[in-house]
Design a protein. Structure first.
Length: 229
């Protein structure tokens, strides 16, 4: 396929995908729990790092649309299609992952943070294992000094893709629930052992928040997360 045709395909995918996502979520209702955990940073015009499991991306794309946040998208072959849909929803993107293009991705995230953009990272992407936290988000938090805001999304009724992440697609007229945890800091000088500990703690918080979106009460997370830089 020629470069011109490929570009047209990507554009079409972004346009159609954006329309479908908006159309689907117009039929749903939403409940946000813990919104104050990130809103106070918005009031101070200070960016944050939203961290969430890969399979919960879709509801968060819609409910944080047009906020000019920067989302990390993998350099996997399907990444360009995902990028076009995300950008149609009013996000910016930077490409890479903890396994491919990691250094470039980290530099892109740091630049975006310095420019005042919120960041969005799926720490179990791009290929899993599902709900196992990789260190990229922690490194970004340590290097930028920004707080991590853990967030989970669920729905009262949904389809689950057969993909590795069980990608969540709320059904029409479902009630979507978003649960945000308190800010979590990673110290600037965190070494390998400290990062491993942070990974275990943050992984547990994300899984507890996920359980809360599925009908339980919001999890009681640490008041301020890790050590403040």
């Amino acid at each position: 396929m020629s470069a011109g045709r490929t570009e047209l395909t990507f554009r079409a995918a972004g346009l159609v995908g954006g329309v479908l996502v908006r159309g689907l979520f117009l039929t749903t209702s939403a409940e946000r729990i813990g919104r104050e955990h990130y809103q106070r940073f918005r009031n101070e015009r200070s960016p944050v790092i939203f961290v969430f499991w890969h399979g919960q991306l879709l509801p968060l794309l819609y409910h944080h649309r047009n906020e000019d946040a920067v989302v990390l998208v993998s350099e996997h072959a399907d990444g360009e299609y995902i990028t076009r849909v995300i950008e149609r929803m009013g996000f910016r993107t930077t490409r890479g992952s903890s396994t491919r293009g990691g250094t470039k991705a980290l530099k892109g995230l740091i630049r975006a943070a310095r420019d005042g953009h919120d960041l969005g990272i799926t720490p179990d992407g791009p290929g899993g294992p599902a709900r196992q936290l990789k260190p990229g988000a922690l490194l970004a938090a340590a290097l930028t000094g920004l707080p991590i805001i853990p967030v989970a999304a669920g729905a009262s009724s949904a389809w689950r893709a057969s993909s590795w992440d069980g990608f969540l697609i709320p059904k029409p007229f479902a009630r979507v629930r978003l649960c945000y945890g308190p800010p979590y800091w990673v110290e600037r000088d965190a070494g390998e052992e400290a990062l491993a500990k942070h990974a275990r703690v943050l992984e547990d918080i994300l899984n507890e928040l996920t359980a809360a979106t599925e009908g339980g009460r919001p999890a009681a997370a640490p008041a301020a997360g890790g050590a403040r830089a």
